[in-house]
Write a protein that binds this ligand. Sequence first.
Ligand SMILES: [Zn+2]
Length: 75
Amino acid sequence: MATVIGQVECPACGHPKAEVREGKAGTATIYCGECKAQTWAKSPKASSGLRSRIAAAGGAAKPPADDDGNWLRKL
Ligand SMILES: [Zn+2]
């Protein structure tokens, strides 16, 4: 089972929300739902490069935007 770990720009069509999936053995794959392209990170360098792109894009582990402006609710 692959797990979606973030989103990056699709290397094929430029769609901004191609999924990055982590498969068995920690290999990362880009899957674009827009153009169906798949890209595999076949080396540790490719894999870590992909992870830093996710981090740069704020893809993974991004908390939901707290943009309702009602900060009083938390007090
Ligand atoms: Zn694409």
